[in-house]
Design a protein around this ligand. Sequence first.
Ligand code: ZN
Length: 368
Amino acid sequence: MKYIHIPKILKIDFDKPVPFKQQIAVTFTVLIISCLLFTVVYFQQLLSGNIATETERETKTEASGSEVPTGAEGSTVTSSEPDDAQQSDSSKNSEVSEVSEANAETLGSMTSVSKSYDDIHYGELVLVNKDYSCHSDGENVESIFETKSDSYVVTDRYVSLDTSIIGYVNSMLDDFYEIYGATDIMIACGYRSYDTQVGLFNEEINSVGTQTAEQWVAPPGYSEHQTGYVFDLDLNIDGGNGIDYSGEGNYAWINEHCSDYGFIIRYPAGKEDITGYSAEPWHFRYVGIPHAQYISDNNITLEEYFDIIYKHKPDNPALMEDHSGCRWCVYFVEADEARDTQIPVPENYDYSISGDNCSGFIVTVKLG
Ligand SMILES: [Zn+2]
């Protein structure tokens, strides 16, 4: 202790009454030491990851697919605020109108469908990003070389997609061809297996380094291409040597109308902090019409859309009207990890059930 200098005013002689000035000095010293200790402990916890910053909390909520507390009726959902001032795209600060809400009576009499916990990993609404890996690997894909329409080309005969979406791709590109007569649209890539992604990722790391590679190429198991619900467009002008498609000029029609065929631009500009990827106007993801149109019309990402849908259960389904005036109900049912989940579904309406790849199932009901 002889090496630590203690000011005279802090030295207390317990045999005498403590002067008032000394009481004040001691109290302040104790307060300052407490504040310093608190600050040190707080930053230690922050660095160790036990305390999340505001941005981290928002990202975690979106990525985890956990339920967001339901706000007051008519409240708005705001996309997360960017903490990087350089990313100034206005779309990131846009407010998203809360989706309309129906009630249990809208769906009429109900029955239930049983699904296992593993089923949450399958369906056209699975969320695959840097937090949620893809569990399927080509179970329902087929080459589109024979089944594609004549209004576009493919890089080779191995370009494959989930069989359920081939018709929608053909319709969209047929309609584009009808309007513009363009003959250079090419699907450069569809389903990509886990093993293919391993090679692609390593190639990119060797080429541009790990940090840059991760902005453009998903690590193996985390690529949306593995779902089979995704394709990249290119222009057939240099044999597919790099992506030339930018969604501009006449091609903007495809990016503006893709939601009418059930597709979204999965990595839009200005949403890099949410999707984790640089903008890719050539990367199209199928999610189905009511979802794609809502996402596109409100300029949100799939992650942000899930945060909205998670608030809607079978007794307060989201009510949507698509561009053709057809009404849809959409709701979320959390999966039971211990046993099969009984999913309430309407007896009198067509519906589809998709896993969300995070925690449950999204039911889409066509009311008509
Ligand atoms: Zn892609």
